[in-house]
Design a protein around this ligand. Structure first.
Ligand SMILES: [Zn+2]
Length: 239
């Protein structure tokens, strides 16, 4: 795995500052019994844990918004593009979010058109499906790949390949409980780290070897003759 790219981690929205959720009342969901998901806080927790893992792997990264403030999208992009220039274009932008709208499962967005981001997005879907085989993979295969394409500001305006991940729905109970559980969080973080590792390694093409029926027949005959010869020498030895 090459470690020559800067991983720019962007946690969507705001976090907790002085005991107050700065993005309230939006980007959060309160269930009837009071159970609450604060998306910006969740995003920060995921990014923090991805960063922790990347540091241990020696993969260069930056936590774009390390504090609780909800940095405006424009400022996030300016900062990301400055970093991308410093790294001579060798950067990957990952915006971490969770979904709303009472659906279920996970999905990933890239900017429109076929770009380098599409492969990275595919790695996210693949890794999430490995971690959560029972959860819905929300794909859009109409253009030949599984990511959804949208002109989200951070995707459209970043210079480097960029993806925006939506790991589950904060307003769907079973999704929300999974997101808020240590086990669910661990798997979400794992999937992001796998995506990054695969993006740095590139897709390994595994050659498909189709055996030739002639070779199979020859090999069978060779083994049969060998067995017969063995049998013969054994029986001759007994005499
Ligand atoms: Zn969001």
């Amino acid at each position: 795995m090459k470690k020559n790219k800067l991983i720019i981690l962007d946690n969507g929205h705001g976090g907790y500052k002085d005991g107050v959720y700065v993005t309230a009342p939006s980007k959060m969901h309160v269930f009837e019994d009071g159970f609450t998901v604060h998306e910006g806080y969740f995003n920060r927790e995921v990014v923090k844990k991805i960063a922790f893992k990347l540091a241990s792997l020696g993969i260069p990264f930056i936590n774009l918004v390390p504090g609780p403030e909800d940095m405006p999208l424009k400022d996030r992009v300016v900062k990301a593009n400055e970093l991308t220039d410093q790294w001579k274009g060798e950067a990957i932008y990952i915006s971490v979010h969770s979904n709303g709208g009472k659906g279920t499962g996970f999905e990933v967005y890239t900017s429109k058109g076929q770009t380098k981001s599409d492969e990275i997005a595919e790695f996210y879907l693949e890794a999430m499906a490995e971690e959560f085989p029972d959860k819905a993979e929300r794909r859009d295969d109409s253009d030949g790949d599984g990511d959804k394409e949208a002109n989200f500001y951070v995707l459209k305006n970043t210079k480097c390949p960029a993806v925006l991940t939506e790991s589950f729905f904060m307003d769907r109970r079973e999704d929300a409980e999974l997101m808020m559980s240590y086990e669910g969080m661990r798997k979400i973080v794992n999937a992001h780290v796998k995506m990054i590792e695969r993006a740095l390694s590139g897709r390994k093409e595994i050659p498909v070897i189709i055996p030739n029926p002639d070779d199979i027949r020859k090999e069978k005959n060779r083994k049969r003759r060998e067995a017969e010869a063995k049998k013969k020498s054994l029986s001759s030895g007994k005499k």
